[in-house]
Each structure stands twice: as structure tokens, then as C-alpha cells.
Ligand binder design. Sequence first.
Ligand SMILES: C[S@@+](CC[C@H](N)C(=O)[O-])C[C@H]1O[C@@H](n2cnc3c(N)ncnc32)[C@H](O)[C@@H]1O
Length: 276
Amino acid sequence: MMEDKGTPSAAGAEASDYNEFDPAEYLQCFYSAEVTCLEEEDSFMCWILSRLHRAFSEGDVRGDLLVDVGSGPTLHQVLSGCELFNKVILTDFLEVNRKELKLWLHGGSKMDWTSYLKRVCELEGRSPSEWTQKAARLRQVVTDILPIDVHRPQPLAHDALPSAGADCLVSSFCLEAASPDLASFSRALGHIGGLLRPGGHLLLIGALEHSYYIGGAGVRIPVFAVNEAQVCDSLKQNGFTLIRLEVFQVSAETIPDKLSAVVDAKGICFVKARRN
Ligand SMILES: C[S@@+](CC[C@H](N)C(=O)[O-])C[C@H]1O[C@@H](n2cnc3c(N)ncnc32)[C@H](O)[C@@H]1O
């Protein structure tokens, strides 16, 4: 299953593609130590963590509430932001993912985020041994783990957020993995923009020109193969001002063999944008 790259599909995911998603398999495939190589400065995961760290440390991102859109079963995307915001809301479309996040919150998850916590402590100039404080901080500030559907004009329950909206949104590998085509990707970006207060920031991590990913044993989930120009256009169309877009080039030289066997993305993009 893991070695089968298959032919790229033109279209991305429909909701039914998520019926068999398995958080444990997904974490094993994309977040295990031999894939993320956190001890290597030039690994794709260190690149993502350092982009997040920088975006949150520049002084312009501030407020009370951070919302992570389409969290899946992962936490790497909020390890920097949790130090800045007093409230963090995690969200996902799937109950199995929300359950996995709740397990971690209550100390019952099999997924070990220690190396990620240590790495982000280092980025913050702290000793890696302070990872336990970071884990405690994250557990303290996560106030909710909520269902979300980015294809609804109102993606969260109407009373889930304060009327002013969130101060910052993070979203990692969600929109392109949840959208069948460009129109749907762009609409979804507009929908999540509605969760953000004017002047609030969006930190968007996504795969570029990627056609599918492994969401479980034998589960191939199609991805809409968005490119950099389409991301920029969608941001503009949906009332965002782009602050920065950076790309990590994905190739057999830049990612481990185990990952390149199952990933056909050309790159990973990191966007920092502000809602007008
Ligand atoms: C590739 S995973 C990304 C998970 C995680 N954020 C990460 O960085 O690894 C895509 C996520 O999008 C979620 N998703 C799928 N359809 C969605 C929808 N309509 N609205 C919101 N999230 C959705 C899935 O449940 C899954 O957790």
C-alpha cells in the first residue's frame, strides 16, 4: 500500500473519501520520527515548525483566540501559537480525529509529541527539557475541540466563537485535502475567513500540486492539486492581504525515501496573510 504511488487524479476529495480515515495510520505515515527527521535542521517538518515560530514571533499576530482549522489528529501546528493565545480551539470534520485530540488532552493518546515539543522549545530559545511546560500550556489553553465543515458558509456552530471572531487562524494541509476543485478550495478559504476578525491573521500550510495522500491502510484520499498562483489569487479574492508566501521544494533529495514513496507534492507552502 505505502509503495503504491498510483496515477495522479485531477480532482480532490469529496466528504465520502473520508469515511475510512484512520488517525493512527495517518500519524504513522506522516508524523513518525523516521519521516519527520526532527533532528535534521533541513527536514520539511523543521521547516514548517520554524515558519510557524517566526510568524508568531514577529509581534503583529496577537489577541485572545486562536482557531486551528481542520486539525486532524495533529498538534504541531499549534505548538508555537499556544504560547501567545490564552484560548486555542481545535477543529476537525471527523469525530475520530476529534477523539484522538481529546485523548491527547487527557493524557491517553498513543501519539508521542515530545520531539515536536522539544524542537519548538529550542526554536523559542528555551531548553528542550521545558517540553513538559509547553505540553501543560497547550493542555491549559485548548478550550474546545469542535466539529467543522469548511464547505459550509458558517463552518462552525453559530455560537462557537465570540461575535468578533477569532484573532488568528492556523490551518495545516486541510483546504486542498478537503476540496474537490479550485472553486471549492477558494470558497472554503472564504468561509474560514469569515471566522476571523478584520485585521486578524491567517497562517496557512498546504501541499502544492499534490494529488493524493494516505489516510489509512489502503485509503488514498484525493487532494486538489493547487498551485502557488491559485493560492495567491484565492487569498486576494477572499479579502486577504498576503504578507509572505514561502515554499519548501519537495523532491527525492529533500524528503526521506519513506515519504517520497507516498507523496507526489511539488512543494509545501507557508502563507502568512491578514484579513482586510
Ligand atoms: C491531510 S489532513 C490534515 C490534518 C492536519 N491538520 C495535519 O496538518 O496533518 C486533512 C484534514 O482535513 C479534514 N477535513 C476533511 N474534510 C473537511 C471539511 N469539509 N472541513 C474541515 N476539515 C475537513 C480531515 O478530517 C483531515 O483531518
